[in-house]
Each structure stands twice: as C-alpha cells, then as structure tokens.
Write a protein that binds this ligand. Sequence first.
Ligand code: ATP
Ligand code: MG
Length: 563
Amino acid sequence: WQRVALLAALLGTSVALQLYNPQILRRFLDTAMGGTNTSSLPRQALLFIILALSTQILTALARYVGEQVSWTATNDLRADVAAHCLKLDLSFHKARTQGEMVERIDGDVTALSNFFSQLIIDVLSNVVLMAGVLILLFREDWRAGLAMSAFAGGAFYILAVVHGYATPIWTDWRQVIAENFGFIGEQLAGTEAIRASGATGFVMHKFYLMLNRLLRSNIRAMNTISLMWTSSLAMFTIGNAVALGIGAYLYLKGAMTAGTVYLLFSYTELLRRPMEQIRTQLQELQKAGASVDRVEELLRTESRIQDGPKGTPIPTGSLSVTLDNVGFEYDAGDPVLHNLTLDLTPGAILGLLGRTGSGKSTLARLLLRFYDPSAGEIRLGGIATTDARVADLRKRVGFVTQDVQLFVASVRDNLTFFDTTTDDAHMTAVLEELGLGPWLNSLPNGLDTELESGGGGLSAGEAQLLAFARVFLADPGLVILDEASSRLDPATETLLERAVDRLMAGRTGIIIAHRLATIQRADRILILEDGRVLEEGGRAQLAADPGSRFAHLLRTGIEEVLV
Ligand code: ATP
Ligand code: MG
C-alpha cells in the first residue's frame, strides 16, 4: 500500500503538471504580446521547460513503481496458483490441456497484474485529467467550458460506437491467428507421419484455406484500425476547429486574450489521450474482473487426493505391499481394475505381467496415490495409503515410468529435481554404481552439463538409468519399475540389469516387466488380464508347473505374448 500511495502521488503530480503547463504558456504569450515588462519571459520559458521535463520523469517513475507494485502483488499469486495446480490430482489435469493451464497460471495472473500496475491508476489519472481540463476551461469562460464538454460527450459516443463495431472483428482476427498457430504446430509435430503417408498435398491445401481466412480477417481488422484512426483524427480536428472558433469569437469580443485562446487549444489536445484510452481501459478492467473469478475458482478447487487426517507415518525400511480387494475406475462406470488382492512381504520382488491395457501402470499410479481406489484398500508397511500424508508416501515409494521425463536442466538438477541439498560426491557415487560412470566422464561439464529438451542426446537406456539414479538418491522403501517396452541393444540391457539389481537391493520391488531378464529376479509373479488377477504365485512354483500361464509364457517367449 505504501507503493500504491507513492504511485498515486506520482501520477497525481504528473496530471497536475500537465494541467499547469499550458497556463505558463498562456502567461508567456500574453506577456510577450503585451509588449510591456518582457523581462520575466526567460524565467517563464525556463519554468516551462523544467516542468515539461519533470512531467516526463514523473511518468517514467510512475511506470517503474507501477510495475513493481504489480509484480510484487501478483508473483506470490503466480506461485500460489502454480503450487496449487501441482498438488491437484491427476484427474483434474487429465480434464485440461496444457495450454489451458498455462493460460490459467500465467494469462489470468498477468491480466491481474496489469490491473494492479496500470489499469486502476491509468483510468483514475485519465478521468482526473479530463475532469481537470473541463473544470479549468469552465473557469476560463463558461462558453468555452460548455462547448468543450459537449464536444467531449459527442466524441466519447462516437468512439464507443466505432469500438463496438471493431471489437468482434478483432476477436475474430485473434481467433484465426490462434487457429493458424495451432494448425502449424500440429502439422509440424506430425511431419513424419504426413510425409510417410504422402499427405503433403492435402495438408498444403488446408494450409492455403487457412491463409485465405487469415488474409480476409486481417484485411477487415486493418480496415477497422484505419477507421478508428480516421474517426479519431476527424473528431479531434473538429474539436480543434471548435476550440479555435470559440477562441476567435471570444478574442474578437475582447473576452479572451490570445494566450487564453492558446490555452483553450492546448487543453483540447490534452483531452485526446484520456478519451482514446479510457474506453479500452474499461474493457481491460472487465477482463481483469473475469480473471479474478477464474483464479478464485481454481484456488477453490480441492485435490481429490488429500492427506490422511491422522497423517500416520509410513515405516522406514523396505515396505510390505497389501492390496485388499482393490477396484478402480478412471471414469465412473468403466472399471479398469477389479478385486485385486495381493500380499507382498518386505524385500520381495513382484514381477507384474499382462497385455497392454491390462491395468499395470494404473496399479502403479494407485500405489503412488495419484488416484485413490474406488473400492478396497491399499496398505504400505501396514498403513492404509489414505491414512498417510501424501508427500510422506511419495517419498517412500520410488517410481520409474515407461517414458522418462527429463528436463532442460543440468544433469544434477535432473537427478535431484532442483533440490540443491544433495552433495555431488553422493550423486557421482550413485551414477558410478549404476554403471553410468563412463557416461558421466564423457560429459563436457560433468554434473553441470545441460541436457537437451525431451532427453535428446541420451539413449533410451541412459534415460532409464538416470531415472534409476533419481530413485536411488531418494532411497525409497518400495520401488516400482514400469519397464519401457522398447527393445534395447544387448549392451545397454546388461547395464540396465545390473542397475536394477542395485536398485532393488534391500527394497521391496514391483517390476512391470516386458523382458525375460527382469522377470528372472522376481520372487512372485502376478499376471493381470483386463484388470483382474489371472494368475498369482511364487515364480519358481509357477515356472515348475507346466499347466500355469507363466510357464506357457516362458515357453512361447514372453515378448511375443505380452507386447
Ligand atoms: P501398457 O502395457 O501398454 O503400458 P498397462 O497395463 O500399463 O498397458 P494401463 O495404462 O494401466 O495399462 O491402462 C489400463 C486401462 O485403463 C486401459 O484400458 C486404458 O485405456 C485405461 N486408461 C489408462 N489411463 C487412463 C486415463 N488417464 N483415463 C482413462 N482411462 C485410462
Ligand atoms: Mg503401462
């Protein structure tokens, strides 16, 4: 509020100076034309220059303070909204596109920041400036005041009409531009598919149609711009003519000095900016109002995943995993998992098999509490997942997903997720242990090397190993490994196998397996089909039983059956 007060003071002074400056010129003109006592002229000229300069400096200062006010006011809000969104459950995010979230977190908050930094104050100072001009004109001569008030009213009306006509055209224009970008983005992302299927001609045809729309919309938008420009120019020309006309009339009648005629003229000019700005600013105000509503709504949305009321801590060390009749559906009425029951002792490793779409990754998501089961209960170390604190639970469960998400950041930040407390020696040791030592040594800047976007420059195997290293550093009691189904070259595969051994040592493991090698280390096997348990048991027993599904899979070669 101190800065807001400072801002108001700066703008108020700047408005006062703008109103006062023509008065100096008037006195200057009258003194000069009077011919007597011209010795004060240099002083007046100097005063004018100083005040004009001060106005500029004040305006610049006001902008600076305004930006400061807006950013301090809204950065906290940005951070709050972003943190809130990160906490919201996955079903919330699934229902929204990334673009929409960007618009919510940044677009709306930016609208608010404009509102704080400029709009309120701009509108106020423009209104004050306008009122000031009209009042001062009335003070000079009521006829001049009346004429200029009538002019201002008429001009406002015409500007409003033109704006009303232009707004839908501009909205359409922005819409077409957005669609055009969307189209280009989509086609670029699909370049490979488009070329491979020989569809370039069709795509170009669609593009031409798009360009055609863009051109037409653009012409209309530009026409309205020149319409607005011309109408405002015409209006203020009329305004100037009126001012000069009245001035001349009053001057000839002896009711006004030449300096006052000049004053009248320059006040008319002063009216121009606020009148042109106020209308658009009022629209911006409305937009900001809508943004406030949307941000509020977002902040009111609560995550479906909440900390358990008791916040029961999850035991340390490797965790037992218990599924008690677990059922789950992403969308109501469309169950994906049915009646899953499982008991995994601490330190045991479960190989989870099943065709694509059978619900393996879904089960992993439930264990991490990205979603809650719609039936039954999941217990980790004997504690129901819904009783624990979410952050506590996720700290104790490590998850390596099918496609590893790497950030455009240093290797260090990619390993620790921007946590700066982990020391380098520990990180290097972990990388060495996972067999990434030679890779680390080959990097130009070691841990500080920046990774490319989307993990470019890394092989799929290396990316997986980095993800292992992340989990290793977090030291969880349960590791869930959702194996990438892509085939790896034999050398990388051996490297991965060794790393998995290290990763699983002393922890409970659930490996969603696509490869024979990983399955061989499992103590137990669970085969899912359409979200149901098809077969469950000790690996050795199942493998020895020729009638089991698992033995069948082993005989036919697991990849053919599962992938
Ligand atoms: P894969 O081996 O291909 O990774 P999966 O066993 O991991 O398959 P899941 O990803 O668990 O399979 O999917 C199980 C079922 O749930 C599928 O029928 C899938 O269509 C559906 N499903 C997965 N994610 C969602 C989601 N976010 N919303 C709605 N349905 C989903
Ligand atoms: Mg999966």
